[in-house]
Design a protein around this ligand. Structure first.
Ligand SMILES: [Zn+2]
Length: 149
């Protein structure tokens, strides 16, 4: 990241903006906020069809305004597309604590309940369009998983 005078302060504000779907993690944890450049906060939606995208923008706008950064704009970048690799290690830990399987490069999802990798995808659409529903074959617990791109 380039060293802009207010970037650290802006990122600190954004670190307190929760993801509307998973309030346990912030938009910074998820890697939605790419950084601050040219007086604009650059964001990339997690999922192009995600209905939460608009809400995330509004939340960020509100947080910036309240923190005195009304002059800072928001720029939505669609390329490169968001990938689960952008989720910070802290974000992954928070997701795991919240009971959502952190995505990784492996095809199989690890059960957040018992840690088994004997899992199967039940539905492409979990509790929200951005998550798929999975089930653990070891403990039979269902869980949500972020869709990998
Ligand atoms: Zn399990």
């Amino acid at each position: 990241m380039t060293a802009k005078p207010d970037e650290a302060a802006i990122m600190a504000v954004l670190a307190n903006v929760p993801d509307p779907e998973i309030p346990a993690v912030s938009v910074v944890d998820l890697g939605i906020v790419r950084g601050v450049s040219g007086g604009k906060v650059q964001i990339t939606p997690t999922y192009s069809g995600c209905p939460a995208t608009r809400y995330i923008e509004e939340s960020i706008r509100e947080a910036l305004d309240q923190a005195g950064f009304a002059s800072i704009g928001i720029e939505t970048l669609l390329a490169p597309a968001w990938t689960t690799e952008w989720i910070s290690s802290e974000g992954k830990a928070k997701l795991a604590a919240y009971g959502i399987a952190p995505p990784d490069l492996a095809r199989t999802a690890k059960c957040p309940q018992c840690g088994s990798t004997e899992t199967e995808e039940v539905s492409r659409f979990g509790s929200t369009p951005c998550k798929a529903q999975w089930r653990c074959l070891a403990c039979l617990e269902p869980f949500d998983r972020f869709k990998c791109h």
